[in-house]
Design a protein around this ligand. Structure first.
Ligand SMILES: Cc1ncc(COP(=O)(O)O)c(C=O)c1O
Length: 459
């Protein structure tokens, strides 16, 4: 086959050398980031000014005084004030391989050489093709999923999922969703999200039927949830368009549930021909397998699935029967060329380097991180830190009995002391960590020290 000009650029040794040189420069800056450090006194005012101005421009102050300098190393990130923080939230879950990862940066640069910055669904380039092929191949290993459609974020991936379900079940409109669910920020996803604080002033559409999440303290939790699902379906016979759930709840509190919790509801939906849509926007690549439906062994029940975050773009997967008719879903953007190329590379790294499986790096990180939190909760932080739990790289712990004001205060103390994390949960507020898959034992030890110090400051 004759070579295209695109291949000439992609294979050009001159460009490859330039990219390698750029990566070397970045690597040498990145290598100087040794670990957590306070701001440079001379940069403090500059940072204050940037943060203040950005707050004014946005119309809302930043949650943390965070503006990144553009260089990091693994779990560590440098900010504009010269400080270095241990980043255990990575953009609420985007940077699963941490900061300045050489292979991710190289892939992003290769993508950036494309003739267009953003690729769309009408005119995709090679990066779109390669990313879609790889992610679908992974998704179809333990499921019936056969197609993937790209979009720019989790909320739009979810909108596409809902539209496909509703089209399949037309004219059904009601949605079975869990209590404490989070589905994104579009109008409809704000409705599926079980948090009235996220839709203040919006009209209610009354299209969501709630099912309680698993309660490990209630022996009848599994049958209760199934019963409530059956009651909803009986009341709305032929008017239920789908059952959607996060296989582990994120924003709602890092709530986990065993396979046995989901199975009876999934069997019932199958019997009633109610499409099952699994929202893996946060769980994707994190639970010890690429998909939590694999970790839980429920892939055969999945009709539609959504991902975003660590994929670097949004994606909706469909089985053959759920593939929507032309015209229902589209959208101008599918992702930037750099993001599609980097997303593909992240999948390759995670696929080939022993991250997945019961003995993979993710499970080892989980055990070590949970072990560190448990030790703190039983020793120096006894009574002030409880219930470390989660799946894989999604880990939460409850400080100070889950009292919102104290937990919020703690997150800011942690930030000041060099550790970035976030909160989750309603009623009981928890610290949530989206731990990057590149964290080391030394980093986990450092995180433990900062948590211990910050808790003693707040207590
Ligand atoms: C489970 C889940 N669904 C959907 C979303 C929305 O994704 P995005 O913020 O990319 O629109 C999120 C984001 O946190 C999420 O955690």
């Amino acid at each position: 086959m004759p070579t295209t000009k695109g291949q000439m650029v992609a294979q050009s040794t001159k460009i490859q050398t330039l990219v390698q040189d750029a990566l070397k420069e970045i690597a040498s800056a990145s290598a100087q980031i040794e670990g957590v450090r306070p701001p440079d006194p001379e940069r403090v005012e500059h940072m204050k000014e940037l943060v203040g101005q950005l707050g004014t421009v946005r119309g809302r102050p930043l949650h943390y005084p965070y503006i990144g300098s553009g260089v990091g190393r693994g779990c560590y990130v440098e900010l504009e004030d010269g400080s270095v923080k241990l980043d255990l939230i990575n953009g609420i879950g985007i940077h699963v391989l941490g900061h300045s990862h050489p292979r991710v940066m190289a892939a992003a640069m290769r993508g950036a050489l494309s003739d267009v910055v953003i690729q769309g669904n009408l005119q995709p380039n090679r990066e779109y093709y390669e990313f879609s092929k790889k992610i679908l191949e992974i998704a179809s290993r333990r499921s019936r999923l056969k197609h993937v459609w790209l979009s720019t974020c989790g909320a739009i991936a979810n909108e596409n999922a809902l539209k496909a379900c509703r089209q399949k079940a037309t004219p059904a409109r009601m949605i079975l969703a869990m209590k404490s669910a989070f589905a994104g920020r579009s109008t409809m996803m704000a409705e599926i999200t079980d948090n009235p604080g996220f839709r203040v002033g919006l009209p209610e559409y009354q299209e969501v039927l709630r099912i309680p999440w698993f309660d490990k303290h209630d022996a009848r939790s599994i049958e209760n949830s199934l019963r409530i699902m059956k009651e909803h379906v009986a009341k709305h016979e032929n008017n239920v368009s789908c059952f959607t759930f996060e296989p582990m709840q994120g924003e709602g509190g890092y709530n986990v549930a065993p396979r046995e919790f989901f199975l009876p509801m999934l069997e019932f939906c199958r019997e009633k021909k109610i499409p099952v849509w699994v929202d893996e926007v946060q769980t994707f690549t994190r639970t010890g397998q690429f998909f939590a439906f694999e970790t839980l062994g429920i892939g055969d029940y999945v009709d539609v699935c959504t991902v975003a975050k660590t994929a670097q773009t949004g994606a909706t997967f469909f089985t053959q029967e759920m593939n929507p008719k032309p015209g229902l879903i589209s959208g101008t953007f599918s992702g930037s060329s750099a993001a599609l190329s980097a997303g593909h590379e992240i999948l390759e790294v995670l696929d080939k380097e022993n991250y997945m499986g019961p003995n993979g790096k993710i499970q080892q990180i989980h055990n070590e991180f949970i072990g560190m939190l448990k030790r703190l909760s039983e020793t120096s932080c006894r009574g002030k830190l409880e219930s470390p739990e989660g799946m894989g790289l999604m880990i939460a712990v409850t400080p100070f009995g889950g009292v919102k004001e104290k937990v919020d205060k703690l997150t800011h103390a942690l930030f000041k002391n060099g550790l970035i994390c976030f909160t989750c949960g309603h009623g009981v507020y928890r610290l949530r960590f989206l731990v990057p898959a590149v964290i080391t034992s030394e980093d986990i030890r450092c995180a433990g020290e900062i948590i211990e110090k910050s808790i003693s400051e707040i207590a």
